[in-house]
Design a protein. Structure first.
Lengths: 290, 290
């Protein structure tokens, strides 16, 4: 498995990826999944990959080879727009999969890619390239794209990432997202790569490889763990806690308190007040529903 | 889909569940997935369910019927241990699935259940009951069990839930976990049910049904969103941010700062220091790896 994320902010792009690849739990290795291809000062592309490693490497090998071939009719050096770059990589991916499928070995050779970058004179952009070769871009409402094991790390991105966030904050959020994923899925593993591409810089400004024992990563994990713990403890109290605590500690305001707004289950429920009493009654049959 | 979670703390048990069931996106309804069966003052059982609703309701109907039947050889009223209760429900589930499978309609009739509760004189316990009828319990290292759409809501449980947390904190953590899940999977939806069973109380002390517009739930969401945003913004700065900000705001210590501990990519990497320079080189082929 794999987990990669790309974030599009107003100030530029952020990329992050783990480095673990596995062909079964007994064959685990470390591979880059974050690849930078550039024409310095003119265009920068970052490619993230999840899926069959041979297909990914086919795409990267041809993309690099044709980029350096002055006779290539289409390459990352010649495409006019970021969409064309995504389309070009998609076609390379389809070609690699078709070639592998000829052997008909019933192996999944699909790869999903994220392409991000900027071509001079154009806006930065990120695209997700599906195994079919087609692609979608991020949007202001959904300014990030994920591939691989995406679920564990999505909630923090959902809650924090907006187009106006600082690039560094987005990078830290991506690291937290990766950390949550590595904690739950051992097929996603360290070290992690992070790259920042500021808008109109046309060069990666910062790239990091962080392992669990890298001091920065360790301090990030520690800070995040402590802050999350405090955040849960500082959530609004239930009304019975407020009532219980009143005689003992009569200092309201240290936490926001929901006060009398929720109730225990009560036969006389008032759904019009925005809540309903829980009903532990038997349900009727309805076959096939899940 | 569904998302349910049960947490075992030293002080007792916490249960939470969404209420959305769907037979396709064009047939969505609200059903309880949190069911309480009790013999007041002697034993309390809470059953959470994810999967085929008819199988679930078969299990609940027979569990209730046999509990109230003085001639039943085995029932939730007669079982000696929580494990036996889990085993009993597992057998009901298998029987429901076998009966439905006789029609051979190629419909998935599997259900996964969580059983939690306490029998007087025994410790409280939570079990996950698989469609095969077998079961596992929680452990001190993994004091919660989830069924249904478990991934989005797992990171916050991983980071916060420990046996020693307060029941109310565990309940708030479960609500946040549910909220993250509902945000990402529309087949998990409000209202949500929460129930708290204090150790040795042998009765549910608090049960709530919360909808998006319930004032408590709204304040919880708001508090969580603001706190998470602050938590990301308070993570340790990258070293280049520290260097940039030094001339402008020379007051260290307001954030923990990783200082000089991470580096930008540099050809002269020092892996023995716990980090490595990112390498954007071409990888070698290795077919079949993902």
């Amino acid at each position: 498995m794999t987990y990669c994320v790309a974030i599009k902010c107003n100030d530029g792009l952020v990329f992050a990826a783990d480095t673990r690849t596995a062909a079964g739990v007994d064959d685990v290795r470390t591979y880059n999944k974050l690849h930078v291809l550039e024409v310095p000062g003119q265009r920068v592309f970052v490619i993230l990959s999840a899926g069959n490693l041979a297909t990914t490497q086919y795409v990267l090998a041809y993309a690099r080879r044709e980029m350096n071939d002055p006779n290539a009719t289409t390459s990352l050096r010649t495409v006019r727009h970021m969409f064309d770059a995504a389309d070009y990589l998609g076609q390379l991916s389809v070609r690699a999969q078709k070639q592998a499928a000829e052997a008909n070995m019933n192996v999944n050779v699909e790869t999903t890619l994220i392409l991000g970058g900027q071509i001079m004179g154009e806006d930065p952009a990120i695209y997700m390239i599906y195994p079919l070769g087609n692609c979608i871009s991020a949007s202001p409402e959904m300014p990030f794209l994920q591939i691989g094991e995406i679920k564990y790390g999505k909630p923090i991105l959902d809650r924090f990432v907006r187009p106006q966030v600082k690039l560094e904050d987005a990078a830290r959020c991506a690291l937290v997202s990766l950390d949550s994923t590595m904690r739950s899925n051992i097929s996603v593993g360290p070290p992690v790569d992070v790259a920042i591409l500021p808008r109109d810089g046309l060069a990666i400004s910062h790239s990091l490889r962080l392992d669990f024992d890298t001091p920065y990563y360790a301090s990030l994990k520690d800070s995040w763990g402590r802050q999350l713990e405090n955040a849960v403890r500082n959530l609004p109290k239930f009304d019975w806690e407020v009532q219980q605590s009143l005689p003992l500690s009569p200092h309201p305001g240290s936490n926001f308190v929901a006060g009398q707004q929720q109730r225990q289950v009560d036969a006389s429920s008032h759904p019009q007040q925005g809540w309903q009493a829980a009903q532990w009654s038997s349900d009727t049959d309805d076959s096939g529903r899940r």
